[in-house]
Ligand binder design. Structure first.
Ligand code: ADP
Ligand code: ZN
Length: 802
């Protein structure tokens, strides 16, 4: 791992050498990639002092055996109080991988999300960049003679291949040069032939970090697609955003627009304004929304767009990072991690569907992409535009209160720019006068009473589906559960088959082969497997109950089960099932969406994957098979999630010239959340829900920190939890004496008590202000209470407590 590379030209100097304490400066303060929660000082060998920059990746010796480790230079100073100073081993990469604004952001994240700085930086830099994958291999060919000389030469040269290389070179304007392999390819020859021209002194070949694929900035490029004329609502929102963009400065605008109200067009025009000023924009979308449909809207409008998504190869990832870092991309579109795009002239950040839980990372640093976006915007003094049809209650409350985000509880003075710091902008209507879809409620309890047999799809939904299909229109059916059935149940033990490693019920999945068979519902019992959705364990389906040996029954419902029912009811219709079982990667999903877009698939059935961002004008029917499954989860966000999911999926209907219809099937027809989802009445949902949250001081009225502890050994876990809880309660008591109101609960078993063989307990802290919580965390961190990061996970602002 310590090989010197000729890309960076670094060498291993004095490996393992220890220097005396009175080593002269400068000293580099290094954040190690290992989860070590402190910075270490190293001396800088004088011959590279001039090359060393803050933000570079370096190799350093660690521990008694001076094992080489990687880290980032986060400070350079002349003094150190570190007694046993060692020298840096190497500058691993000459590039500044962490520019100053990102370093400031990383420091904030380290403090706020209670994560070692090295771990934070490590997660900010794509690993392809660290490993320099796919770059350094591009060679640029330039002519060393004048065009006239080459022209004359061309007439004399006999060798046809050399002639074609020279001819191709002559076509290149300016002195940009051309990439070696591209030149060879276009001249119909090989790189070796081109290289021979170097010996003749005709061309030079230089190694370059990157082969640019985006046009260089500064060129006036015609926009690929003209902007749309904004409607009255959009214009009003846009007008309110103009001062934010023009004067730049930090501000947070929440664009609350119903589904299909043209939010994206507003983003596009704001970004156009930013780009016109020679600045750059980041657009964050949930990973699931990174479909060709969304991407195309940006690439069609702007020429220099870099797209960051999980489907990229390491080399592509590196190239995009490089393009952003060198300022070649005007717009970066990507999921959560796009918030770290190293743009040199950031002008704006857009967070689409800001309410999405997928913006929260579930490993350290457990950050929320939207909150980090707001912090970055504050640090770089630029506006943020958040958009959603169903804003998170936190953001909605904040913009309606006009309050300053008290996110920074660290030692930096909070920045409080001038108003309008927070604004709510609304698009209450759909574009082009389109109607909101009509939602009708279907009480499944009554349906069960009325009909014989098990029907997951109600008669009404079935009839509407028939009509939709007959009219050659399309439908989307939402079922929020994967698999064939919820679980396999033993009637005599009254017990479902459980995962061996988790406190969770196993889910039945039919095996792929079984789909070809005409197996009926209960015949399927012989051909499937049980999956655990938590630890991903798979076990063959037991033929009989493991406890009592009696017959097992399939119970509940899943996407596969609904698919089977639909196939029976509509034998001639092509259904596509979209869930993480059928969609192994984004390519599968993209392929399916384009078939759906072309109308080759008439009905799409899926989990929440299909609720987001899809804009297909021919979709006139949306069926929500089980509107209430998420409602019964023991989580404070259950109602919010349910409302969001139903409203989002309903919003897929009626986006074209034909009106949309939504059937909402539920067993809880009187639940207030279901009722407001029925009316798609966000404010009607938010008001009582906010009141409920206020009563119990849940976000946005209180802040939460969740600490999850795990161990394979229950006894060890108990000890670990007790010790931490004891420490924590002591600290809480001291901090509360200063007037804070931190309350801690636990240790208590997590709702899912065991995952993948690990027992889990949690401690939850709550306070009206984040500051008290931050003080407690900082104190505990100081005492190294979280040092065992593989067993203790600190989650600040958790999105759920499950
Ligand atoms: P949202 O993001 O709010 O769900 P979109 O931005 O996807 O809505 O817009 C829905 C559709 O309306 C898109 O096909 C878009 O091209 C179109 N659209 C947006 N603004 C206008 C406008 N001012 N006039 C006509 N069509 C528009
Ligand atoms: Zn499991």
């Amino acid at each position: 791992m310590m090989q010197a590379s000729n890309v960076t030209g670094t060498a291993l100097l004095f490996p393992g050498a220890l220097q005396p304490t009175d080593t002269p400066g400068p000293f580099a303060s290094v954040a190690l990639e290992d989860a070590l929660d402190k910075l270490l000082d190293y001396s800088v060998p004088s011959n590279w002092a001039a090359d060393l920059r803050i933000g570079q990746r370096v190799a350093v010796p660690l521990g008694k055996r001076n094992r080489p480790r990687f880290g980032y230079v986060v400070g350079i100073r002349q003094q150190t109080d570190y007694p046993k100073i060692k020298p840096l081993l190497a500058i691993d990469d000459r590039r500044v991988l962490v520019p100053a604004p990102l370093l400031a952001l990383a420091r904030w994240m380290s403090r706020y999300y209670c994560t070692p700085l090295g771990t934070v930086i490590d997660s900010i830099i794509p690993s392809a960049v660290k490993k320099r994958i796919g770059v350094g291999r591009s060679y640029i060919v330039r002519m060393l003679k004048t065009r006239k000389e080459i022209q004359e030469l061309l007439e004399k040269v006999k060798a046809t291949k050399r002639r074609s290389v020279l001819a191709r070179l002559l076509q290149i304007e300016g002195d940009e040069g051309i990439e070696l392999h591209r030149l060879a390819g276009e001249a119909g020859t090989t790189a070796t032939t081109v290289r021979k021209l170097v010996k003749l002194g005709l061309i030079s070949i230089t190694r370059q970090m990157d082969a640019p694929t985006l046009p260089p900035p500064g060129d006036p490029l015609p926009p690929a697609e003209p902007a749309m004329a904004l409607n009255e609502d959009q214009q009003k929102a846009f007008d309110a955003l103009i001062p934010c963009i023009r004067d730049s400065g930090f501000s947070v605008s929440l664009l609350k627009g119903v589904t299909g109200s043209g939010k994206t067009e507003v983003y596009l025009q704001c970004i156009a304004g930013v780009v016109q000023q020679g600045r750059q924009a980041i657009v964050m979308v949930p990973e699931i929304a990174l479909t060709p449909q969304t991407v195309r809207r940006f690439t069609a409008r702007f020429t220099r767009v870099a797209i960051l998504h999980s489907g990229l190869s390491a080399g592509e990832r590196h190239r995009f990072w490089q393009q952003t870092a060198t300022g070649m991309a005007d717009v970066v579109v990507g999921a959560r991690s796009a918030v770290f795009a190293p743009l040199p002239r950031l002008g704006m950040i857009v967070v689409d569907e800001e309410h999405e839980a997928s913006y929260k990372q579930d490993s350290a640093p457990r950050y929320h992409g939207r909150d980090v976006a707001i912090k970055r915007a504050q640090l770089e003094n630029v506006p943020v535009l958040l958009g959603s049809a169903t804003p998170s209650l936190e953001m909605f409350w904040r913009v309606t209160q006009g309050r300053v985000p008290k996110m920074d509880q660290g030692n930096e003075a909070p920045v409080e720019p001038s108003p309008p710091l927070y604004q709510l902008l609304q698009l209450p209507r759909r574009v082009r006068g389109l109607e909101m879809p009509a939602v009708e409620l279907l009480d499944m309890k009554q349906e069960m009473r009325r009909r014989k047999g098990i029907h997951l799809v109600s008669q009404r939904l079935e009839d509407l589906l028939k009509q939709t299909i007959a009219r050659k229109q399309q439908a989307i059916l939402l079922l929020n559960r994967r698999g064939y059935s919820g679980f396999v149940y033993c009637v005599s033990c009254q017990q479902a088959v459980q995962c061996k490693y988790c406190d969770a019920t196993m889910t039945y999945h039919r095996s792929a082969g079984a789909q070809q068979q005409t197996a009926r519902w209960n015949d399927a019992l012989h051909t499937g497997q049980l999956h655990c959705h938590y630890c991903l364990a798979i076990q063959p389906l037991p033929q009989t109950c493991p406890e009592c040996g009696k017959k097992l029954t399939l119970f509940g419902l899943g996407t596969q089960r609904v698919e089977e029912e639909l196939n029976k009811k509509f034998p001639d219709v092509n259904f596509a099932r979209v869930d993480s079982d059928t969609m192994r990667n984004s390519k599968d999903y993209e392929a399916l969406l384009s078939r759906f877009g072309r109308g080759e698939v008439q009905v799409m059935l899926g989990t929440q994957m299909i609720a987001k961002g899809l804009d297909y004008p021919n979709v006139t029917l949306v069926g929500v098979i089980n509107g209430d499954t998420a409602l019964s989860l023991p989580d404070f966000r259950a109602a919010e999630r349910t409302f969001q999911l139903i409203t989002q999926v309903a919003g897929r209907a009626g986006r074209g010239s034909n009106p949309g219809r939504v059937v909402l099937q539920t067993f809880m027809p009187d639940d207030p959340t279901i009722r407001s989802a029925l009316k798609q009445d966000y404010d009607g949902f938010a008001r009582p829900e906010l009141a409920r949250r206020q009563e119990v001081l849940y976000p946005p009225f209180g802040r939460l920190v969740r600490i999850v502890l795990r161990d394979q050994d229950v006894e060890k876990l108990n000890t670990l939890s007790e010790v931490l809880a004891y420490e924590l309660n002591k600290v809480v008591e001291i901090i509360n004496r200063e007037g804070f109101d931190v309350a801690a609960k636990g240790p208590m078993p997590c709702t899912i008590n065991r995952i993948a063989g690990y027992w889990r307990q949690q401690i939850v802290m709550k306070a009206t202000q984040g500051e008290g919580l931050q003080r407690v965390l900082a104190e505990l961190r100081e005492k190294k209470a979280f040092a065992r990061s593989e067993r203790i996970a600190v989650d600040v602002d958790p999105v759920s407590l499950l």
